[in-house]
Design a protein around this ligand. Structure first.
Ligand code: PLP
Length: 372
């Protein structure tokens, strides 16, 4: 079945008790069981699993053709539980433009968990090969990356990981399963901040992992989630499931708008760079074209004249709002070096844009005026 159809129907069975089409939100924390804890309805306690979260997980797995999906309280919850499910002494390879808070996790927590890690320029596959060690268990891909929009060849890295008996996780938050299908390219796990495009309206927090196969790693991750408690709430699960219904058409429109914005900005003499994988000038364009359906709603620009000029542009936008996060219906712009804090490696002249669902001409006019 096509993803448009799956997105509308997955996890959306009519409620057996009432016939309701919109799924009920089950807030109950506990479920009746038998005298010896038999589970006639399949549920025991909210943290272990609950009907609303189960609907979301069914939908997420189907959307990507995965064997299973797990929902989390946040994208960080999803990523950290994945990392905490590795054995002490494991080695992880990170890309240099990884989402900033995972870089902070590596700095502040990996030593305590006895996880080793190497940071590489993952746009260069040989650099990944050189970083592999006998104890490498996980290769972490983020493509396109936040905020430099670097593109990594998922199939090549996944193949390399398999040869090294390591797993590959792809942070697919920017692309979503609509535009990029990591599991079909050989990755083991897709990671999402559901706070972004899945929710899609800047009003719900969540995270997700989708697994290609059911194996011991899935079991370990589910156990870690249950014991450490990084689960989604029923209401948040419901909102994210609701967001999935319109995911495909939203992402297509975000993507078309971002392409229009990138093209309009590409020749601006006031900019030092426009980073958008849909532009032929982007160093990752060929790989992106191979592995993405279109190029997504995110881009970043570097302003000539450095930090001060970038901040001046940020202060002049009227339609774009200066705010963090992404993937909502409204367009956002952010000076990432200011918001990322001490772990930031982002150039000081860079602004990140989350292109919303407004008319692209209005967005372009706003940016052109601000860039001057
Ligand atoms: C936002 C984001 C995360 C973290 O997700 P939260 O829901 O904020 O915890 C991870 N990866 C990427 C690429 C993100 O943009």
């Amino acid at each position: 079945m096509h993803i448009e159809t799956i997105a509308v129907h997955a996890g959306g069975e009519v409620d057996a008790a009432t016939g309701a089409l919109a799924p009920p939100i089950h807030l109950s924390t506990t479920f009746e069981h038998g005298p010896a804890c038999e589970l006639p309805h399949g549920f025991l306690y909210i943290r272990e699993g609950n009907p609303t979260q189960a609907r979301l997980e069914t939908a997420l797995a189907q959307l990507e053709g995965g064997a299973a999906a797990l929902a989390f309280s946040s994208g960080m919850g999803a990523g950290v539980v994945l990392l905490q499910s590795l054995e002490p002494g494991s080695h992880v390879i990170f890309p240099n433009d990884i989402y900033v808070d995972f870089r902070t996790v590596a700095r502040d927590f990996f030593p305590k968990w006895r996880i080793e890690h190497t940071v590489v320029d993952m746009t260069q596959v040989p650099a990944v090969r050189d970083a592999v060690r006998p104890n490498t268990k996980l290769i972490w891909v983020e493509t396109p990356s936040n905020p430099l929009m670097q593109v990594v060849d998922i199939a090549a890295v996944a193949q390399l990981a398999r040869q090294a008996s390591a797993r590959t996780v792809v942070d697919n938050t920017f692309a979503t399963p609509v535009l990029q299908r990591p599991l079909e390219l050989g990755a083991d796990v897709s990671l999402y901040s559901s706070t972004k495009y899945f929710g899609g309206h800047s009003d719900v927090q969540g995270g997700a992992l989708v697994f290609r196969t059911k194996d011991s790693y899935l079991e370990a991750v589910e156990h870690t989630r249950k014991m450490l408690g990084a689960v989604a709430s029923p209401f948040n699960s419901w909102l994210i499931l609701r967001g999935l219904r319109s995911l495909v058409c939203r992402v297509e429109k975000h993507s078309a708008n971002a392409m229009a914005v990138a093209r309009a900005l590409a020749d601006s003499p006031a900019l030092a760079a426009v980073h958008y994988p849909g532009l032929q000038s982007h160093s990752g364009h060929a790989v992106a074209k191979m592995q993405m359906r279109s190029f997504g709603g995110m881009l970043s620009i570097q302003v000539k004249g450095g930090r001060e000029r970038a901040l001046a542009v940020a202060s002049r936008v009227k339609l774009f709002v200066n705010a963090t996060s992404l993937g909502g219906v409204e367009s956002l712009l952010e000076h990432r070096a200011s918001s990322e804090g001490p772990s930031s490696t982002t150039p000081p002249d860079l602004l990140r844009l989350s292109v919303g669902l407004e008319h692209p001409d209005d967005l372009i006019a706003d940016l052109m005026r601000a860039i001057g």
